[in-house]
Design a protein around this ligand. Structure first.
Ligand SMILES: NC(=O)C1=CN([C@@H]2O[C@H](COP(=O)(O)OP(=O)(O)OC[C@H]3O[C@@H](n4cnc5c(N)ncnc54)[C@H](OP(=O)(O)O)[C@@H]3O)[C@@H](O)[C@H]2O)C=CC1
Ligand SMILES: O=C1O[C@H](COP(=O)(O)O)[C@@H](O)[C@H](O)[C@H]1O
Length: 488
């Protein structure tokens, strides 16, 4: 982590009235304000607001018990702006300068593009044309996901951005990189020799990464139906989790060394082809079903604003290989989907059994050692071991050693957005994705998209953990998905 000075900054919040801004960004900014970060904000979107009505809108997103709300809200200003209208940016320039002077912000600027991706490029270009990016202080652009929809579009977007910002000023956000237990993967691996010494193909049988959701597409049908689970979740969040699990230790914990190691993993992931994809990947869509709480769910193609013939996948399971020495032959199974039985993100490391292990030969209850990294909703770790059953019986029983961030510390654990915006305020881009990371992840994803038209879309009942073909993907290798575990 880079340790830089806190400096005052003007945040230009594009998409200021949107879902992400209201649900995540304002509460995150409030927490940062309470931790003495100094900033003023100009909210930008097309609809009309006065400064006061904008502040009231933000207020509704905040914890109403805090007395600091009033001071915080006073730092917010609103300017109606259409990103397609260059003259709106000319007006913005004047307002930005006034607020800069009022709060003595030294010309430091963060441009947070919480907009639909098709607007990222034109917003950047119009900022430059209006001279808003020519500032006395530093400037940074936070870009939401998805960064393009394939490699070609990502390249085009990147070129547009790099005409305005230097690569070091571009903060491509993947909010999973701000989650507590995702940031803990490096510590778990590299601060514990007990794990690092066995973190390889000689000792690990397979790795399982699950990002299951109970929610459906909600109000984002038009985005999701064009996108699907592969581009929405695998191309970014899942690949990031896989990379952090598989990467080599960086020689130093500095931004570029870490990013360098991450890119090496991406380059080593085996791409898929038409000949291999049927054995490596399942794509499926949910049909009607019942959630564990009894709620009846309609099938995906009957959801509001979804085409009744839609072939968009709401579930993906896949087997990846990282073709390097450490991971030779170790399958990395991943799965993600909407309307599954539980909301859960976890990584399971299954260790190999000892050959000729007398416990395995003679006793039935011994299971493989598993290390489970619970990312959400629980945050913690569990290690599954076998011990002799207490008493006279000679059998073994599985036990679980748990560490859980359940209690006091949880209330002080920053939300992913708070952590990432805080990093950006301090100029630390370690937990943001560098261009080559994005490019390689698109190369891999494009190879899948190009090959998968030949594989049929499977279906699963809402409220389950996906289609049976996802279980068969592992069964062919002699493995199974380990059930999601709730920490005590
Ligand atoms: N919502 C979420 O949970 C997540 C969202 N994201 C990403 O965050 C970004 C924003 O998403 P989200 O908030 O959900 O989207 P919304 O559709 O809820 O909000 C879009 C925002 O953009 C504004 N806007 C639309 N058109 C224009 C325009 N021409 N000029 C200026 N402003 C415009 C809208 O306001 P108005 O209509 O007034 O102009 C609104 O403030 C997207 O890139 C999305 O992929 C990423 C992860 C999760
Ligand atoms: O980026 C996205 O992530 C959310 C899931 O995020 P989480 O933090 O709640 O796990 C997902 O619902 C959404 O479709 C996707 O765009």
């Amino acid at each position: 982590m880079v340790d830089t000075e806190r400096e005052p900054v003007l945040i230009l919040m594009f998409g200021a009235t949107g879902d992400l801004a209201c649900r995540k960004l304002y509460p995150a900014l409030f927490e940062l304000y309470k931790k003495n970060h100094e900033f003023a904000v100009i909210g930008l979107a097309r609809r009309q607001h006065t400064h006061e009505s904008y502040r009231s809108m933000i207020d509704r997103t905040l914890d109403q018990n805090s007395e600091q709300r009033r001071d915080f809200l006073e730092r917010f200003y609103y300017q109606p702006l259409d990103v397609g209208q260059p003259y709106h940016f000319a007006l913005l320039k004047n307002i930005a300068e006034q607020i800069d002077t009022k709060y003595n912000l030294h010309g430091n600027r963060i441009f947070y593009l919480s907009l639909a991706p098709r607007f990222f490029g034109s917003a950047a270009e119009n900022l430059k044309k209006a001279g808003i990016t020519e500032t006395q202080g530093w400037k940074r652009a936070v870009i939401e996901k998805p960064f393009g929809h394939d490699l070609a579009s990502a390249k085009e977007l990147n070129e547009q951005l790099l005409r305005v910002f230097d690569e070091s000023e571009v903060y491509r956000i993947d909010h999973y990189l701000g989650k507590e237990m995702v940031q803990n993967i490096e510590a778990l691996r590299f601060a514990n020799p007990i794990f690092e010494s066995i973190w390889d193909h000689r000792h690990i049988a397979n790795v399982q990464i699950t990002l299951s959701e109970t929610l459906g597409v909600g109000d984002r049908a038009s985005y999701y139906d064009q996108t699907g689970a592969l581009l929405d979740m695998v191309q970014n969040h899942i690949l990031q989790l896989l990379i952090l699990t598989a990467m080599e230790p960086p020689s130093r914990f500095d931004t570029e060394d870490i990013r360098q190691e991450k890119v090496k993993v991406l380059k080593a992931i085996r791409t898929m082809s038409r000949d291999t994809i049927a054995n490596e990947l399942i794509r499926a869509q949910y049909k009607a079903g019942v959630m564990p709480d009894g709620t009846r769910i309609t099938g995906y193609h009957n959801e509001n604003n979804i085409d009744t013939d839609s072939k968009t996948e709401t579930f993906v399971a896949a087997r990846f290989f990282v073709d390097n020495y450490r991971w030779s032959g170790v399958p990395f199974y991943i799965r993600t989907g909407k309307r599954m039985a539980a909301k859960s993100t976890e990584i399971v490391i299954q260790f190999k059994d000892i050959t000729q292990n007398p416990f395995f030969c003679q006793l039935h209850k011994a299971g493989p050692n598993l290390l489970v990294i619970h990312i959400q909703p629980d945050e913690g770790l569990s290690l599954k071991l076998n011990v002799k059953e207490f008493g006279e019986a000679g059998d073994t029983i599985p036990i679980s050693m748990n560490f859980s961030n359940h209690h006091d510390s949880k209330s002080s654990t920053p939300d992913a957005y708070e952590r990432l915006i805080g990093d950006c305020l301090r100029g630390d881009s370690t937990n943001f994705t560098r261009w080559d990371e994005v490019a390689y992840s698109w190369t891999l994803t494009d190879s899948i998209v190009a090959a998968w038209n030949d594989i049929p879309l499977d279906y699963y009942e809402a409220g389950t953990m996906g289609p049976s073909s996802s279980d068969e993907l592992l069964a062919r290798d002699g493995f199974c998905w380990w059930p999601l575990t709730k920490m005590e």
